[in-house]
Design a protein around this ligand. Structure first.
Ligand code: ZN
Length: 151
């Protein structure tokens, strides 16, 4: 189990150090600003939706390692995918993070997103990990530009 924890930590550190899909996105047709006042994470998500599919997605912002790694991992996981699949993935991701800390991680097929499962042992960090996803939801629901703040 220690090896797995080390691997997860390595994934998070790597995505914090070198975030994927970072920067502005030209020709975005959805955009949302996410803010997590508990930690100070700020995130701008820009995406281009074409035919109910996430054609492209990028993010910018400043925040802790968890929020940045989560945003990076999210963009990697959903880019090119249909919106219905993205919604299903969010549900599974959210269930993983809100499960009891002592329950073994049974989620499979979530790829690198599983690296964030350890966050559930630190309740204050859960909002850092879910911020990118709530911001994504707000952007998709708005059909334009939205702002979301975690409570
Ligand atoms: Zn944070």
């Amino acid at each position: 189990m220690t090896d797995l924890t080390d691997l997860y930590q390595e994934i998070i550190l790597d995505h914090n150090r070198a975030p994927r899909n970072y920067g502005p996105l030209a020709e975005a047709n959805r955009r949302a600003l996410g803010h997590n006042p508990l930690c100070g994470d700020r995130l701008v998500l820009s995406l281009r939706v074409v035919d109910d599919r996430i054609d492209d997605i990028r993010f910018e912002g400043s925040g802790c390692a968890i929020s940045k790694a989560s945003a990076s991992l999210m963009t990697e996981a959903i880019k090119g995918h249909p919106l219905a699949a993205v919604e299903a993935l969010f549900d599974r991701f959210h269930a993983m993070l809100t499960a009891a800390p002592d329950r073994p991680v049974t989620e499979v097929g979530m790829g690198k997103l599983e690296a964030l499962a350890g966050v559930r042992e630190f309740p204050i960090r859960i909002k850092c990990a879910t911020l990118p996803w709530h911001t994504l939801r707000a952007a998709l629901a708005s059909g334009g530009t939205a702002t979301v703040t975690t409570e």
